[in-house]
Structure formats: C-alpha cells, structure tokens
Design a protein around this ligand. Structure first.
Ligand SMILES: CC(C)(COP(=O)(O)OP(=O)(O)OC[C@H]1O[C@@H](n2cnc3c(N)ncnc32)[C@H](O)[C@@H]1OP(=O)(O)O)[C@@H](O)C(=O)NCCC(=O)NCCS
Length: 192
C-alpha cells in the first residue's frame, strides 16, 4: 500500500509555473497558458492570491483568487488527476477562503461549468450557493453556473494544517511520512 505523503500549501512561485501549466493543460478544457500564469505573478499590488499544494517537491494542485470591490473571485483551481479525490482541492479552497476572510472580503464568487458537477459539489459542501447562470460563458459555448459564498466567518480561523494523503506511486515525494516505529514495512528514507 502507498505510504502517506504530507501535502503543504504555500504561495505560487515562478519555479512552479511548469508544473502548474502541466496540471492546467490536463485538467481544464480551455487551459490557461504559462504566460497567463506568469502574468499573474508579475502583477503589481496585492489583488491576487495564488497557492500551490505540494507533496514534497511535487506540485499537485493550485488555486488563485482575484480581489476587487471588496470581493474575492476565484480565477482558477485544479488538482493533478493522479492526486484527485484526496481532499487537496477542498484544502486549497479552505485556504483561499481563509485569506478572503482575513482580507475582510464581503463575499467570494466563482464560475463553474454547468457540467462540472464534481466541482459544484465541492463548492456546495463549503457553503456556496448557486446564484444564476452565465449563458455561453466558456469558449466552447458551455454555460457557467455562478456561485457565491457570503458568510466567510467560518473560515476566519487562522492556520491551514498540512494534509496527510496517500502518496501516488511513481511521483517523487521527498517528504514522505514514515510509518509508525515498529511497522513491519518501515524503510529508511534516503534522499536522492
Ligand atoms: C474540482 C477539483 C479541484 C477537486 O479537487 P480534488 O482534490 O479532487 O477534490 P477533493 O478530494 O478535495 O474533494 C472535495 C469534494 O469535491 C467533490 N468532488 C470532487 N470530485 C468529485 C467528483 N468527481 N464527483 C463528485 N464530487 C466530487 C466532493 O464533494 C468532495 O467531497 P468528499 O471528499 O466529501 O466526497 C479537481 O477535481 C479538479 O482539478 N478538477 C478539474 C478542474 C476543475 O474542475 N476545476 C474547478 C474549476 S471551477
């Protein structure tokens, strides 16, 4: 069985752009280019908040928010296919919502493809409500569901704890969490 890996959230850095663009190309039907992500990092001011989730040196997900008029607007969110379903997308959303609460945003909004029921389920479980549809919002003509969360108070608690998830075989995770002492399969972890 795969050993657990510690997933940490941190700010997006330029050196993450290759991994982020690769995840984006695989997970989104109208993917952002590397140039678009780089432009986010180059923006002056602090109206953006981008996070990556990393398992050791492996970037496994990312999310970004734009701030304006006192509101937070999700720009993008994706988790690498192999790492999906482990709670990483939820943790990224929670951390982005916590930052929005700290910035005293009056609400948090996003658009999601009408067909993307998985992501909608995630947002609903976090407290988002559907607030209408933008017809033909996406380049391929699909409608967007507009979602809003107005009560950010539940996310105001400081700190986002690391997440322990099952590691993905074949991915480089240098910071594996060793099994408990005495575990029969315990192996010393050697850095490469
Ligand atoms: C949406 C996405 C970011 C979720 O990340 P994830 O790490 O796989 O999700 P999590 O493991 O944190 O799951 C959180 C919740 O999402 C929902 N969910 C995620 N995938 C789902 C699926 N395929 N079907 C139904 N619900 C799903 C569930 O409510 C789940 O809650 P649960 O764990 O209590 O069942 C990820 O699937 C992804 O990158 N999708 C492609 C890109 C995308 O759709 N981005 C959102 C654009 S608005």
């Amino acid at each position: 069985m795969a050993r657990p890996a510690r997933v940490r959230l941190r700010e997006l850095r330029r050196r993450d752009l290759r991994a982020v663009t690769a995840i984006e190309a695989d997970r989104n039907r109208d993917p952002w280019s590397r140039t678009l992500f780089a432009g986010e990092l180059d923006r002056p001011g602090d109206d953006r908040h981008w996070l990556v989730a990393s398992a050791g040196v492996t970037v496994v997900g990312f999310g970004g928010v734009m701030y304006g008029a006192g509101e937070a607007h999700m720009l993008n969110l994706a988790v690498a296919r192999a790492w999906s379903g482990r709670g990483i997308g939820r943790r990224l959303c929670e951390a982005l919502l916590t930052e929005a609460a700290h910035r005293a945003a009056t609400g948090f909004t996003l658009e999601v493809r009408a067909s993307n029921t998985g992501a909608q389920a995630l947002y609903t479980s976090l407290g988002f409500d559907s607030a209408g549809v933008r017809p033909g919002y996406y380049p391929d003509g699909e409608d967007a569901v507009i979602m809003w969360l107005h009560d950010l108070a539940p996310f105001a608690e400081p700190g986002t704890p690391d997440l322990l998830v099952e590691a993905v075989a074949g991915d480089t995770v240098h910071e594996e969490i060793p099994p408990p002492v005495g575990h029969e399969t315990a192996q010393p972890h050697r850095p490469h």
